[in-house]
Design a protein around this ligand. Structure first.
Ligand SMILES: [Zn+2]
Length: 379
């Protein structure tokens, strides 16, 4: 929990960075490009696959949340990976959000911290807060039954009944100003008069922008926590589905991957790895992410798992792995798309060989199968 003083100083630092070379006027020619440049920074909360194995926390604007290990923003910056259909879609929504913000902005620098930082954190809190109803999936609940069935399948397949709670995330949550007030009251130490001021800013943007909070990035989380939660936002599913993938397969793939992280957490200290798991180095993160992909390929294609054929899985994962970053030295490095696909394919091969004998391997056996092939994947 942070104090208001700290909140204001964080804001001041942020604003100092953003506005260091330009004036505070909307029509400043520099300001728009500065804001766009900073969009990568502000969208560090736009995560697609963050893992919080250990309760490390960081704070922004007085609200404490889980530390982010992976940023979609890094992935969408054009780099040696080049453009792809998914990256084109995320760039479109990223630009729409920044342009929408600028169009409604009256120049008040505090609005940046509220709308482009706190909103993301508030929606993470919404997905994890026990008092908030986050048990529906899809913007109108249209995927709830499917997700519940998929969760039951994962529970049975991995023998993990009632251990994991999957929670949804929706942009509509941020339309509820009473809820935003509640989050500030509960998770920040800002006095009521300051919260009133924050709410005025929120109300202004919600009423004047068609991107705030409707932009899918506000519900783009996909992560697993060590405490047994999986959070998947509507936005990440809808953006992937816009590349032409059946949203059901998107849900299954994301859930299978995040579930794999829960298997790793459950076996933390039991599974042996060539480098320690979850220490935050690129090598460690790549290893646990590639294992999650291996486990995903195994479950999705197993005849007693999701029963997809490999070609279908390969098509979906190729879009999915476009999220895979090209920042090879980043602490959140997931492996290249080629390495990730190879990991998933080898998981599929393990499923074929195991199901010939009609069996589901134990978590330990699947882990051992991955360790056997890890060097080959990375090479
Ligand atoms: Zn992951």
């Amino acid at each position: 929990m942070k104090t208001l003083t700290k909140k204001i100083s964080v804001l001041a630092i942020t604003i100092g960075v953003i506005l260091s070379s330009c004036t505070n006027e909307i029509d400043s020619p520099n300001l728009e490009s500065e804001l766009k440049a900073v969009s990568a920074k502000t969208s560090q909360n736009l995560s697609t696959d963050r893992v919080s194995p250990l309760p490390t926390v960081s704070s922004l604007h007085g609200i404490v949340t889980d530390n982010s290990l992976f940023s979609l923003a890094t992935a969408v910056v054009p780099s040696e990976c080049g453009t792809t259909p998914f990256r084109d879609i995320t760039s479109f929504y990223n630009d729409a959000l920044i342009n929408g913000f600028i169009a409604s902005w009256d120049g008040n620098p505090d609005a940046i911290g509220i709308i482009l930082d706190d909103y993301f954190i508030i929606n993470q809190i919404a997905a994890l807060d026990e008092n908030f109803n986050a048990d529906t999936f899809g913007a109108n609940g249209e995927h709830t039954n499917y997700v519940n069935n998929r969760v039951r399948s994962l529970e049975k397949f991995w023998d993990m009944s009632d251990l994991i709670e999957v929670r949804g995330q929706h942009t509509s949550t941020l339309e509820d100003l009473d809820f935003i007030r509640l989050v500030y009251e509960k998770y920040s130490t800002a006095p009521d008069v300051v919260i009133d001021y924050f709410l005025e800013i929120a109300e202004h943007f919600n009423n004047t922008s068609n991107q705030i909070p409707e932009n899918p990035f506000y519900a783009s989380d996909g992560f697993a926590t060590f405490s047994g939660f999986i959070v998947v936002g509507d936005g990440i599913v809808s953006m992937l589905a816009e590349t032409g993938i059946d949203p059901k397969v998107v849900w299954s793939s994301i859930l299978a991957h995040e579930w794999a992280h829960q298997i790793q957490f459950l076996n933390f200290g039991v599974f042996n790895y060539p480098v320690p798991a979850f220490i935050g180095t690129p090598e460690s993160t790549r290893m646990t992410e590639l294992e999650a992909d291996f486990i995903t390929g195994y479950y999705l294609t197993h005849k007693r798992g999701a029963t997809y054929n490999w070609k279908r899985v390969e098509g979906v994962l190729s879009s999915f792995f476009e999220i895979g970053d090209c920042g090879f030295t980043s602490n959140g490095h997931h492996g290249t798309p080629i390495q990730r696909m190879e990991a998933a394919r080898l998981g599929y091969e393990l499923a074929i060989s195991a199901q010939k004998k009609g069996k589901i391997l134990s978590q330990q056996q699947v882990h051992d199968g991955f360790i056997d092939v890890l060097d080959g994947i990375v090479d």
